[in-house]
Design a protein around this ligand. Structure first.
Ligand SMILES: Nc1nc2c(c(=O)[nH]1)N[C@H]1C(S)=C(S)[C@@H](COP(=O)(O)OP(=O)(O)OC[C@H]3O[C@@H](n4cnc5c(N)ncnc54)[C@H](O)[C@@H]3O)O[C@H]1N2
Ligand code: MOO
Length: 407
C-alpha cells in the first residue's frame, strides 16, 4: 500500500467520533416490566419498599430469645412463611420456616439440624449468637434508596430487583428501529436453490441477531439490486421507517459498488475508509427521515467478517447511544498473552481470538485463518485482539482484547 493511500484511511477514534456526533437517546416510553428485558431505563428508579419488608428466618428451625439458648424450651408457636408474626414470650421457642416472619421478641433462629425435639419441647444448643439466621428488614434494599440508575440495561437481576418492589412498569428509551439492506446480485436467501456464481446471505441473519442483542428492532430487511436506482430506492424506503439504516456490501471501489453514491443523492457521506482490518471500506453517513428526523447510516463491507466485526465496533456503541446506555459505549477490555505471531501495516487489526483462562493468566488463541471472508473465525471468538498499526507481535506478547461475550 502506498503512503498516500494509507494517509486517506481514517483512524478508529475519528470514525467513532463521527459516528456518535450529535446522537441523542430516543424518546421515552412506558413499558410493562414483563416486556422490558434488554431495554434501557430512561430515569432512575428509587426504592419505595424495604426488602425484605420484615425480619424473617433464613433457615427452617426454631426462633427464640438468644438469652434462652442452651435450654429445653416449649414450642409455643408455629410460623410458616406468609403467616403474620405473633409475640414470642421469654422461655419459649417458635417452630419457624425459611422466609417466615420472625415473631416479635425473638432475635435469633437455630437451624433444625442442631435441635433435638422431645415431644412439644426443643433442646436448643448454647452457642447461638444474637441475630443468627435472621434476615433483617431492609437488608437488601432500603425504602428511599436508589434502586437502579438511568441508563441501566434491564437484565435478569435488574428485572428481579424491580419486581421485588412490586413495580410492573418502567420508563425506557424506545428501541432503535433498524433497516437492514443486503446489497449484491450474487446474494440469495437461504431456502432457495443456489445457482452458479451465487452465495447465500449470511450477513442478514448474523447482523439481525447482533442488532437485536444490542437492543434494536429490525423493522425492514431488503435485498438491494446492484444498480444506482435500485440502491437509491431501497435507501429511501429504509430512511422512511428507521432510525438507523445498515447496509452490507457495495461500499468498495468496484463498478458495482453503488451505496456511497446513492447515499450522497439522499443525504451525506460523513466518512469512508478506515485504518482498520477487517472493515476498511466501511462508510458512515446520515439521511433525513419523515419530518426531517435524523437517520444514521452505517455501510458495512460485504465480507462477512468485516460485517461481524464492524457491528461490534460501530453498531453496538451507536445503538447504546440511541438508547442512553453508557455501558455499551466501549467493549470490556482485558490483556491476554498471544499464542501467535503477526505484524500489521497501516491498519489496526481486530483478530478473532478464543480466550483460555488459566491460573497463570489469560491466553489469546487466534483462529488460524484471519481472512475477512472466513466466518468460521468468528464462531468461537470470545474477543477481538487489537493489534495497533505498524506493530510486531511475537508469541507470549501481551495483546489487548475486546470481550465479545456481552450485549
Ligand atoms: N480494488 C479494491 N478492491 C477491494 C478493496 C480495495 O481497497 N480495492 N477492498 C477490499 C476490502 S478490504 C473489502 S472488505 C471488500 C468490501 O467490499 P464491498 O463492501 O463492496 O463488498 P462486496 O464487494 O459487495 O462483497 C464483498 C464480499 O462479501 C460477499 N458478501 C457480500 N454480502 C454478503 C452477504 N450478505 N452474505 C454473504 N457474503 C456476502 C460478496 O459476495 C463478496 O465476496 O472489498 C475488497 N475489494
Ligand atoms: O477491510 Mo476488508 O474487511 O479487509 O476485507
Amino acid at each position: 500500500m502506498t503512503s498516500s493511500h494509507a494517509a486517506s484511511l481514517a483512524p478508529m477514534e475519528d470514525a467513532l467520533a463521527t459516528l456518535l456526533d450529535g446522537v441523542a437517546p430516543l424518546p421515552v416510553e412506558r413499558q410493562p416490566c414483563e416486556q422490558a428485558e434488554g431495554r434501557v431505563l430512561a430515569a432512575p428508579v428509587v426504592a419505595a419498599l424495604d426488602v425484605p419488608p420484615f425480619d424473617n428466618s433464613a433457615m427452617d428451625g426454631y426462633a427464640l430469645h438468644h438469652e434462652d439458648a442452651g435450654q429445653r424450651l416449649p414450642v409455643a408457636l408455629r410460623v410458616a412463611a406468609g403467616a403474620p408474626g405473633e409475640r414470642l414470650e421469654r422461655g419459649h421457642c417458635a417452630r419457624i420456616f425459611t422466609g417466615g416472619q420472625l415473631p416479635e421478641g425473638a432475635d435469633c433462629v437455630v437451624m433444625q439440624e442442631k435441635v433435638q425435639r422431645v415431644g412439644d419441647e426443643a433442646v436448643i444448643p448454647a452457642d447461638i449468637p444474637a441475630g443468627d439466621n435472621v434476615r433483617r428488614r431492609g437488608r437488601d434494599v432500603r425504602a428511599g434508596a436508589p434502586l437502579l440508575d438511568a441508563g441501566t440495561r434491564l437484565d435478569a437481576a435488574a428485572l428481579g430487583h424491580l419486581a421485588g418492589q412490586g413495580i410492573v412498569e418502567v420508563d425506557v428509551h424506545r428501541r432503535p428501529r433498524v433497516a437492514l439492506l443486503s446489497t449484491g446480485d450474487e446474494i440469495i436467501d437461504p431456502g432457495k436453490p443456489l445457482a452458479a456464481g451465487q452465495i447465500y446471505n449470511s450477513n442478514r441473519p448474523m447482523l439481525k441477531s447482533l442488532l437485536e442483542r444490542f437492543g434494536a428492532e429490525v423493522v425492514l430487511t431488503r435485498s438491494v439490486p446492484d444498480s444506482p436506482e435500485g440502491t437509491r430506492d431501497c435507501l429511501k424506503e429504509a430512511a422512511e421507517v428507521a432510525d438507523l439504516v445498515v447496509s452490507t456490501g457495495g461500499v468498495s471501489v468496484g463498478e458495482e459498488d453503488h451505496v456511497k453514491a446513492a447515499l450522497e443523492t439522499l443525504g451525506t457521506l460523513n466518512l469512508w475508509r478506515l485504518a482498520i482490518r477487517p472493515g476498511k471500506p466501511l462508510a458512515l453517513g446520515q439521511m433525513e427521515g419523515p419530518g426531517g428526523t435524523p437517520v444514521r447510516f452505517v455501510g458495512l463491507p460485504g465480507n462477512p467478517v468485516s460485517s461481524y466485526v464492524g457491528a461490534w465496533l460501530f453498531l453496538r456503541p451507536l445503538l447504546g447511544a440511541l438508547q442512553g446506555c453508557e455501558s455499551m459505549a466501549e467493549l470490556p477490555r482485558l490483556w491476554a498473552r498471544s499464542d501467535f505471531a503477526t505484524s500489521t501495516g497501516p491498519r489496526q487489526h481486530y483478530m478473532r481470538v478464543r480466550l483460555a483462562f488459566a491460573p497463570q493468566g489469560v491466553s489469546a488463541l487466534a483462529f488460524s485463518d484471519q481472512n475477512s471472508g472466513v466466518l468460521s473465525s468468528c464462531i468461537d471468538a470470545d474477543a477481538l485482539a487489537v493489534i495497533p498499526p505498524h506493530c510486531e507481535i511475537a508469541p507470549g506478547d501481551k495483546v489487548e482484547c475486546l470481550w465479545l461475550r456481552t450485549w
